[in-house]
Design a binder for this molecule. Structure first.
Ligand SMILES: Cc1cc2nc3c(=O)[nH]c(=O)nc-3n(C[C@H](O)[C@H](O)[C@H](O)COP(=O)(O)OP(=O)(O)OC[C@H]3O[C@@H](n4cnc5c(N)ncnc54)[C@H](O)[C@@H]3O)c2cc1C
Length: 359
């Protein structure tokens, strides 16, 4: 069960300092299931805030296979994964969801009044009547550079994403990776930084061929240095970060002096904080019932790839069905006195008003 220890003190502090955002529902995860949850709640007149640790909505579809076609979305014989996300965003738009992207929900606690307090790694906090965990296979984290002592310089000299490009202008940079992020930033920084060295572990790149060709042109012209190899060690001068040592395919070591290292090794999902909220787990997923898709804690629901129940299939359409049923259960949880009845979007003036159609 959720841990209530030391709880009041923390709420008081958070409440004063951070003014939690009050919302009917907080959705954790903006993958396809979380995005459709906004819509299903919206049809019932319930508003939501949505948090995702990624900088853009879409979950696995956007992060892992945006250009791939999906063939098993009902009534869409073929649909690009990013296109599906764009369509879900358009469908959710009438309900004006508030997105909080690039921040992981790290804390979730149940308040004495039955509401929930959630907090992100960036310090945003929410006071929510109900929670929907649509966290998929977990929150995506950057793959780290994996050399001893690197943690001490993460955020100052070693980076896994570019928050502000201007910070890297006129600086000596070493960029690791062979995907689009590594190549795009190499090309972008080449004319703006003091020097750019691109390091990739093998001759084949995952990045767009045109970007690779352009990088090779710049390397031939001496405006970018390209090295095939792996990060081997930090290069420090006393306590100070001074660059990185790279081991090439022949085992030779190269000391690359740099102000900053940017490593783009892709992202990997991590169940992470969800596993620490005291909810009953089954095979690294949240156990739910199939009537309400509620977890072991009343008021906390779980939909999409994150949940587990007999017969569960990790498919997008399963997440959509779960979102519909969870919406009704959330309405009952928030407003137990309210009479519930099924309405069709085709004929319901109330729903059509909420959707902003038919005047
Ligand atoms: C290559 C590939 C092809 C696929 N093809 C198909 C297909 O053809 N048809 C099909 O039906 N399915 C397909 N799938 C599966 C489908 O993508 C998943 O079932 C679907 O994405 C699950 O949606 P979701 O919203 O539950 O989770 P996800 O898409 O995983 O989204 C979860 C989101 O939650 C966020 N999150 C997690 N924890 C936190 C936290 N603590 N704080 C903040 N944010 C958090 C994550 O960052 C993520 O954005 C495919 C999957 C892959 C990898």
């Amino acid at each position: 069960m959720l841990d209530f220890r030391g709880f009041r003190g923390r709420i008081g502090l958070l409440g004063k300092r951070l003014n939690p955002i009050s919302t009917e529902v907080l959705i954790i995860g903006a993958g396809p299931a979380g995005l459709f949850q906004i819509f299903e709640l919206g049809l019932l007149g319930i508003t939501s805030h949505v948090v995702d640790s990624l900088a853009t909505p879409g979950g696995q579809c956007t992060e892992l296979y945006p250009d791939k076609p999906i063939y098993d979305i009902p009534a869409l014989p073929v649909c690009g994964a990013q296109e599906l996300v764009d369509r879900l965003m358009t469908q959710a738009k009438p309900f004006n969801p508030q997105f909080h992207l690039g921040q992981e929900v790290t804390e979730l606690t149940r308040l004495d009044n039955g509401r929930f307090l959630a907090r992100t790694a960036l310090g945003t906090s929410f006071d929510a009547g109900a929670i929907v965990i649509a966290a998929g296979v977990g929150s995506f984290q950057p793959r780290r550079i994996g050399i001893e002592g690197a943690e001490a310089f993460e955020g100052s000299a070693i980076h896994y994403r570019v928050k502000s490009a201007a910070d890297f202008h006129d600086k000596h940079l070493v960029i690791f990776g062979g995907g689009d992020s590594a190549l795009d930033w190499t090309l972008d920084f080449a004319p703006k930084s003091a020097s750019v060295t691109l390091v990739h572990r093998r001759p084949e790149f995952r990045a767009a061929p045109a970007s690779v060709a352009r990088m090779r042109e710049l390397a031939d012209a001496g405006r970018v240095r390209y090295l095939e190899g792996l990060a081997h060690a930090l290069h420090t001068e006393g306590e100070r970060f001074a660059g990185v040592v790279v081991k090439d395919a022949d085992g030779a070591l190269h000391t690359l002096r740099a102000d900053h290292v940017l490593a783009f090794f892709g992202l990997h999902p991590k169940l992470g904080p969800v596993a620490e909220w005291g909810l009953e787990l089954e095979k690294k997923a949240l156990k739910v019932d199939t009537e309400k898709f509620e977890t072991s804690v009343p008021g906390i629901f779980a939909i999409g790839d994150i949940n587990s129940y007999p017969g569960k299939k990790k498919l997008i359409l399963s997440g959509f069905h779960e979102a519909a049923l969870a919406a009704f259960a959330i309405q009952r949880h928030l407003y137990p006195q309210k009479k519930q009845f099924l309405q069709y979007t085709t004929t319901s003036p109330v729903m059509q008003k909420r959707l902003g159609v038919n005047g």
